[in-house]
Ligand binder design. Structure first.
Ligand SMILES: [Zn+2]
Length: 306
C-alpha cells in the first residue's frame, strides 16, 4: 500500500527527471547559440571586444550550470531497481548525484578562473589589434604610444599616465580620419566627479582605529585627481587582520639597445597562484607603471599592518 504509492511516485519522478533534463540541455545549448549570435551581431570590433569582456565567461558559466542541472536530473533516474527496494536509496542517490553536479560546476569554475582568462585574453587581443577600416574603406594604422598623444586631450593623457585608461588611436593616413578607442587600463583609478576623467587616485591614508585580528578598523582615505587636482576624502572600514599579499617588484631595470624593444612584458605572480601580465611599448612607460604599482602595493600593505 505505502510501497505502492512510493512506486508510483518513482515512476512520476523518473518521467519528470527525463523531461527536465531535456529542457535543461536545450536551455544550455540555446544559451551558447544566443551568445554566438549576440557576438556576431556586432560589426564594430571594439563593440565585440566590450561584449566579450562583459559576457563571455558569464554566458559560458550559465551554460555549464544548466548542463550540470541536466546531469543531476539524469543521474536521478539511474539504478531504478535499487530505488524500488527502499526509499533510503532514493535519498542516497540524490545526495551522491548532487555532489557530482556540484563538482562539475566547481571544476568548471576553477578552469574559468585560472585557465580560461588567457584564452579569452588572446581572443580579445586579436579583436583589439585587428586593423580597423576607415569609413572610406582604407586600412587604418594604430599609432604608437609616442605618436598618439597629439590626438588625445590633456585629460585623456592624464588617464593614460596613471594607467587607468588605455586609448588606442587609429588613423587613416589617406583621409586623416581618426578613431579613438577606450580600453580599461592596467591599474585602477576612480572617476573624478569634477572633471569626469578616470584620474582620481589614492594619495594618503590616515588610520583612525587600527584593525586587529578580532575587530575591524577605520580610516580616512584622501584622493586627489591627477588632472584637475580635485580632492576628496572618504571614511572606510579596514578589514580584520589577515596575511597580506607579499610580492616584490624589480627595483631597477637595465636594457641595452632600447630602440629594438617592441614590447615589454611584466608578469606579476600573486599569492593565490594567479598571475597578471601587463604589456608596454617602451621603458619609460614600464618604469612609470612599476612606480604606480609600487605605490599601490605600499598603500595596501600599510593597510594590513594597520
Ligand atoms: Zn579631476
Amino acid at each position: 500500500m505505502d510501497n505502492e504509492i512510493y512506486l508510483k511516485f518513482l515512476n512520476i519522478w523518473n518521467n519528470a527527471m527525463v523531461f527536465g533534463a531535456i529542457a535543461l540541455v536545450i536551455a544550455s545549448v540555446l544559451t551558447l547559440i544566443y551568445h554566438r549570435i549576440r557576438l556576431s551581431s556586432f560589426k564594430d570590433l571594439k563593440r565585440k571586444y566590450d561584449y566579450l569582456t562583459e559576457n563571455d565567461i558569464k554566458m559560458q558559466m550559465a551554460a555549464i550550470w544548466l548542463f550540470a542541472g541536466a546531469v543531476l536530473l539524469m543521474l536521478n533516474t539511474t539504478y531504478k531497481k535499487t530505488m524500488e527496494v527502499h526509499y533510503v536509496w532514493f535519498m542516497v542517490r540524490f545526495f551522491i548525484t548532487f555532489c557530482i553536479s556540484t563538482l562539475i560546476v566547481y571544476i568548471s569554475y576553477l578552469l574559468y578562473k585560472y585557465s580560461y582568462p588567457s584564452t579569452l585574453d588572446k581572443k580579445l587581443k586579436h579583436l583589439r589589434f585587428k586593423p580597423r577600416v576607415s569609413s572610406a574603406g582604407n586600412p587604418m594604422r594604430l599609432l604608437s604610444e609616442e605618436e598618439e598623444d597629439v590626438h588625445l586631450d590633456e585629460g585623456m593623457q592624464a588617464e593614460e599616465d596613471v594607467f587607468s585608461v588605455d586609448y588606442d588611436v587609429w588613423v587613416d593616413e589617406t583621409t586623416g580620419e581618426v578613431k579613438i578607442e577606450k580600453y580599461a587600463g592596467r591599474l585602477e583609478a576612480s572617476k573624478c566627479n569634477t572633471c569626469g576623467f578616470y584620474t582620481m587616485k589614492l594619495k594618503h591614508e590616515d588610520i583612525l582605529t587600527p584593525a586587529s585580528e578580532v575587530s575591524e578598523g577605520e580610516m580616512v582615505q584622501k584622493y586627489e585627481c591627477g588632472y584637475c587636482g580635485a580632492k576628496r576624502t572618504k571614511q572606510v572600514k579596514i578589514h580584520k587582520l589577515e596575511k597580506g599579499q607579499e610580492f616584490k617588484l624589480p627595483t631597477e631595470m637595465h636594457f641595452k639597445g632600447e630602440k629594438a624593444i617592441e614590447t615589454i612584458t611584466v608578469e606579476v605572480y600573486l599569492n593565490d597562484g594567479s598571475s597578471k601580465t601587463y604589456e608596454f611599448q617602451n621603458i619609460e612607460q614600464t618604469k612609470n607603471f612599476l612606480e604606480q604599482y609600487k605605490e599601490e602595493l605600499e598603500s595596501e600593505n600599510e593597510l594590513y599592518k594597520g
